[in-house]
Structures are given as structure tokens and as C-alpha cells.
Design a protein around this ligand. Sequence first.
Ligand code: ADP
Ligand code: MG
Length: 356
Amino acid sequence: MQHSGKAIRAIDQATVHRIASGQVILDLATAVKELVENALDAGASVIEVRLKEYGSELVEVADNGAGISPDNHASLALKHHTSKLEAFGDLQALSTFGFRGEALSSLCALTDLSVTTRTPSQPAGVRLTYDRRGRLIGQAAAARAAGTTVSLKDLFKPLPVRHKEFLRHLKREYAKLLTLLQAYAIISTGVRLLCTNQVGAGARSTVISTQEGSTMRDNLITVFGTRTVGAMEALPSTAQGSRLIEGFVSRASVGCARSASDRQFFFVNGRPVDLPKVGKLLNELYRSLSTSAASASKPIAILNFVMPPDSFDVNVTPDKRKVFLHEEAGLLDSLQMVLQQAWGAAQSTFATQDTL
Ligand code: ADP
Ligand code: MG
């Protein structure tokens, strides 16, 4: 085949930035995820996600964390600018959610971004605005307690096609966001996570609200309700070598009324991630151990794998949802043991109750 003979040229920087940004911030859920993770990294104990029109008009994430010091205002939203990683070697010992300095820079390309912040040592807050390339273009005094609020106005408007799709599938995007926020609400014990939404001129409604200082079980009850959590049991969190599996699963003999795949949350060291093989093992084992009534359904499950930071890699996909586990087979074996123990025990508990 003959090629067209057209010259190969470098894409201009602004276009490169837009393309790359669209890969980091895939949708409403990833946009909010990055902001919530920044608030957690800043040590916040209260995080409020405020939406207008399900997030399409305005997303605000406010925290009571460390705030951003004036030295960092200009570099805050520049690409690959981060306060969390100094050398590549630090990736091995990662304890923060962020480390690449890509989120705010990417968001600037996709929305009008502004930040209101104040550190405890500043006398007042400041509202900062940034352009599409992440350059600081405005600052004004603003009232604010210590902490940070990041606002995204008209998300995806600079990308007309994606914006149209976003508005067309708004309810689905919103549902995905809520599922993701549920994951953070459940795992972030000790943090109060709130999400509210306002539609039109209507009253602001609260969609998620956990309490500060709550346990994982408390958070589960807030998210799923007492009845659902009553049908779940805590995993015996015994260490397997340097690894620990903690969490809650549906009892073997219960069975869920509906498919629970949107109620399976997996974490590695408290970071929500996708673990398809864990999901597969979980569902297969549940089906094989359950009584017939439950055999068609999937268990609700919250599983947090606690392991040394150098035993996995989250720097695999731009949205950091995929992880490479260095000892995946061993981990799946441990999980199988823990689940068999939990579900085996549950069955015998029920058997004794039946005979009473
Ligand atoms: P990363 O989280 O990978 O460092 P981001 O683009 O998400 O990259 O954020 C850039 C920097 O902005 C962070 O390293 C942090 O110093 C600062 N920052 C962002 N959000 C907050 C916040 N809510 N509170 C305090 N600092 C923040
Ligand atoms: Mg970040």
C-alpha cells in the first residue's frame, strides 16, 4: 500500500495536553475521585462533595485539610507538579493517593478550575483561578476556614463531543460517581464524607453522609442500611505473612435479592481499585458454597488487602484503578482460605440455629 506522503509532524502542545488529560480524567467519577483523594492526602477529616445538576454544572470538593501554602499556588495545576513524590524510588513506598501531579493539570484542560484555600498559618483565604494550561491567572481574597475547596464548572465543556455525551448519559455518570464515593465512604474510617446534590432551584439533598470517627461497619450501615449489613459478616482478619485481608462479605446462606456486582468494593491499602480476578474468585466460591437459594446471586463484599507498598504497582493506568500485584497467585490463595473459613463457619452457625 502506498502511503500518502504527508509529513509527520509533532502535535502542538495544547492538543497533546488535551489528549492526555482526557485519559486521566475519563468521566465525572474520575474527576471527583481525584479531588477526594487530594483531600484525603491533605489529611482532611471532613470532606464535602457539593454537586449542582448531578455534577454537570458544578462540582465542589471542600476539605478541612492542610491547605495549600502560597509558595505552591503558581505551580499547583502545572503538569507533573506534585508535593508527594521526589524521586522515582519513592514510588516503591507510596502511601499517598496522588503522586504524578496530573489531576489538577488535566482538569484545567477539561473545565474551569478554581481553588479556594487557606493554611492554618494564613490570616485569610484566597481564591485562585487557572487557565486551560494550568497557569495561575487570578487571585482574590476569600473568606475560608483552613482547608481547600476545588471547584469544577461545566465539566468537559472544552471537549464538545465528550460534553454532549456526558450530558446525554448524566444519570448513568452520576450513578457511577455515587458508587465510587461509596467506596471512599466505606474505607475512610475516621473521615466524615458528605455528598449533596442540588437540581434546579430545589432543596439540596444529601446522598451520602458518614460520620467522623466511625468504623468500617458504621460506614457500611450508612451506605447500605442496617438490614443489608446484618446479613454480612466480618472476615477474620488474620495476617498471612506480610499480608492481611480485612472486610465484610454476605453470609453464605443469605443470598442477595439482586445482583450485587455494584456492591463489591476492593481496596489495596485503602485505595479503591479494580481486581477482576478477586471478583471472579469471590463469585465462584460463593456460588459453590451457597445453599441453592443463594446460588444465583453474587455476594456483597468489601475487601481491603493490606500489604507492603513494594508488593504492588498502581502506576499502570492513568486513572490508577488497575494494579499489578507481584504475588497475585499467593494473594488469591489467601483470599480463598479466608473466604472458606468465613463461609464455612456461617453455614454451621445457621445449621445450629435451624435445629434449635
Ligand atoms: P498529585 O495528587 O498527584 O500530587 P494533583 O494534580 O492531584 O497531583 O495535585 C497537585 C498538588 O496540589 C498536590 O501534590 C498537592 O500539593 C496540592 N493539592 C491538591 N489538592 C489539594 C488539597 N485538597 N489540599 C492540599 N493540597 C492540595
Ligand atoms: Mg492528586
